[in-house]
Write a protein that binds this ligand. Sequence first.
Ligand SMILES: Cc1cc2nc3c(=O)[nH]c(=O)nc-3n(C[C@H](O)[C@H](O)[C@H](O)COP(=O)(O)OP(=O)(O)OC[C@H]3O[C@@H](n4cnc5c(N)ncnc54)[C@H](O)[C@@H]3O)c2cc1C
Length: 327
Amino acid sequence: MNQTPDIAIIGAGIAGLTAALRAREAGLSPAVFEKSRGPGGRLASKRTQDGTSVDMGAQFFTVRNPRFRALLADHDGDAAFGLWEATLWHENKEGEASSFHQALRYVGIPRMTAITRSLADGLPIQTETRITELTRTPGGWWLETDQGRHGPFSRVIITTPPEQARDLLPATVTASLELQNFRMLPCWGLALRFGEPLDLGFDGMQLAHESLGWVARNSSKPERGNPEWWVLHANSTWSETHRSADSSEVAAAMTTAFRQRFDVTQTVTDHLAHRWLYARPAAGPTPGFLSVADNSIGLCGDWLAGGRVEGAFESADALAAAWLGQP
Ligand SMILES: Cc1cc2nc3c(=O)[nH]c(=O)nc-3n(C[C@H](O)[C@H](O)[C@H](O)COP(=O)(O)OP(=O)(O)OC[C@H]3O[C@@H](n4cnc5c(N)ncnc54)[C@H](O)[C@@H]3O)c2cc1C
């Protein structure tokens, strides 16, 4: 195998890791750059003071595509993910609740990031490395950071949300890829720990509420421990309106909304708030992936394939197949 990195991948979420694994399968040596402390992206779990962790981003994922199943099986075995056998409800605009659509729902075990940790195992990932700009020279693309530059690379795959990709690329490239057509919606997340269990009759519910879009009992997922943690996600309209609000105000408003909606009186003993600026794609085109004419820059991620974890996989898998051939 060629040991000189010849393909750079920006972002170590599910799309970036898929791209890196596909590159390695094709005999290339990928170099992955991630701005955060670890891989995962929006498959995110936060450690709590009581020693457990809560899933702040993606709540569950589907595995409909056999290629996704094979990737997970190859790299996780059966240890890092499993079924979430939950009672899930969906509320319509009239406030009527019905059972969520039937699908097998999977989660990372013991936390969402278990999946991306497994996929990342053995991959050369430079964490805490934020790429600030891509510059082109006759030798290839350079990845600029505040600490220096990496490269040159003949090929670069960008897996960041579109707003962040736009910041990296020369204006001529963003224009040719029509990146202005893609946009992500924000989402405020709040995890609440209660002193005693809540008996609401469900484990997760999609809501048609003025502020809340989703609530779930994190503790109902496999191996999450005993503490009673609930995760609330505000809907995108409310999150957009409160985009710049203070996190403590947001936490108070979302807690009150949850208490009122479900008549919850139990005491909150801990909480964590997180604002996702780029949570889910707004309605728009879903080309699968994007690539410049000479195949030196490719973009993939959930926003190019209908959102969601499986979409992120499919987008990266499709770009890799187009560039590198089927494994
Ligand atoms: C609140 C919330 C709830 C969700 N619920 C679900 C759900 O229930 N089911 C489901 O299937 N999906 C859900 N999703 C969507 C799912 O999380 C995403 O579809 C998926 O994780 C996207 O993966 P990705 O690799 O495309 O992008 P990301 O996971 O966003 O990965 C991009 C990576 O790029 C890194 N990065 C960005 N800029 C730079 C830079 N300049 N330099 C270096 N690194 C950079 C980021 O840190 C990140 O790690 C949810 C998302 C959110 C936010």
